[in-house]
Design a protein around this ligand. Structure first.
Ligand code: PEP
Ligand code: MG
Length: 291
């Protein structure tokens, strides 16, 4: 059965009525790139940069990050590589960042909230991504957006980074700037966010835990932590409708993106990109060409 499935790794995932769905990989390090390409990844839909920061004793520099993002982009060029800016918080310690003790780390100072408060950490990452965009198709994605002011602040910071690179005579490329849709507030204000974002990527893992008010790590709450709950699917639908109306593309990069029972729902709602662990890619493509 495994060999039969492997036959679908490199098919073009187009529905019977002709809609092409990008099937991309979720990666956390460069060591996974070869396996992802072999598995049929049409790009990277979510590169989690947390590991780059967590596996070491000091923060990675702008140059170190530029080298990593450049290698990643080159491996997939001209296909897109979506790099998510640092998404750590009190539950994921990083040497070099001091986190306060928090009662509720999942509701705390994490993701874009922390990054905007610490531009000395955020800025080198954004500059490295702009620099890597010279050689590849880099898209930047911001996690944990809950308010449009956060997206506007990130855009302003990116603009400052461009100005800085220009004055340093350092070459940089064009990037699209999109956001993770993973808070209920983002879903409820998707129409407004769609006017400022280049794309949406739905993080069903966090969206589910926040919509259902059920900690995603608590084993007692698995019955509530369901991405196929009507409340979660309603939020996904709102996000898709806002994206469609504004003319931006929308993807799914949470675990639910690989679910054979949910892929038809997502495609029906207007999702055009699904990003998942490489091991799920062949099965997802098979599901798409049946639709
Ligand atoms: C998500 O929340 O669905 C997601 C893809 O991000 P992470 O699992 O890294 O929080
Ligand atoms: Mg998340």
């Amino acid at each position: 059965a495994r060999e039969q499935l492997a036959a679908f790794a490199h098919v073009e995932p187009r529905t019977r009525d002709g809609k092409l769905i990008e099937v991309a990989a979720n990666l956390g390090s460069l060591s996974e790139v070869d396996a992802a390409l072999k598995a049929g990844a049409m790009g990277v839909g979510l590169f989690r940069t947390e590991l780059l920061f967590m596996e070491r004793k000091v923060l990675p520099t702008e140059d170190e990050q530029t080298a990593i993002y450049t290698e990643l982009a080159r491996a997939f060029a001209p296909r897109p590589v979506i790099v998510r800016t640092l998404d750590v918080g009190g539950d994921k310690p990083v040497a070099g960042i001091e986190f306060p003790e928090e009662e509720n780390p999942f509701l705390g100072w994490r993701g874009v909230r922390m990054c905007l408060d610490q531009p000395e950490i955020f800025r080198p990452q954004l500059k490295a991504l702009l620099r890597a965009a010279v050689v590849g198709n880099i898209k930047v994605m911001v996690p944990m957006i809950a308010d449009i002011s956060e997206l506007k602040a990130v855009k302003a910071l990116v603009e400052e980074c461009r100005t800085e690179l220009r004055s340093q005579n350092v070459p940089f490329g064009e990037i699209e700037l999109g956001i993770m849709m993973e808070t209920p507030a983002a879903a409820l204000t998707a129409n407004e966010l769609a006017t400022e974002a280049d794309f949406f990527s739905i993080g069903t893992n966090d969206l589910t835990q926040y919509v259902m008010a059920a900690d995603r790590l608590n084993p007692r709450l698995v019955k509530l932590n369901r991405a196929d709950h009507p409340a979660v699917l309603k939020a996904v639908d709102m996000i898709c409708q806002a994206a469609t109306k504004a003319g931006i593309w929308v993807g799914v990069c949470g675990e639910a993106a690989a679910r054979e029972d949910l892929i038809p729902e997502f495609v029906r709602m207007g999702v055009t990109e699904l990003s998942m662990s490489p091991a799920s890619i062949a099965r997802a493509k098979k599901r798409i060409i049946e639709l």
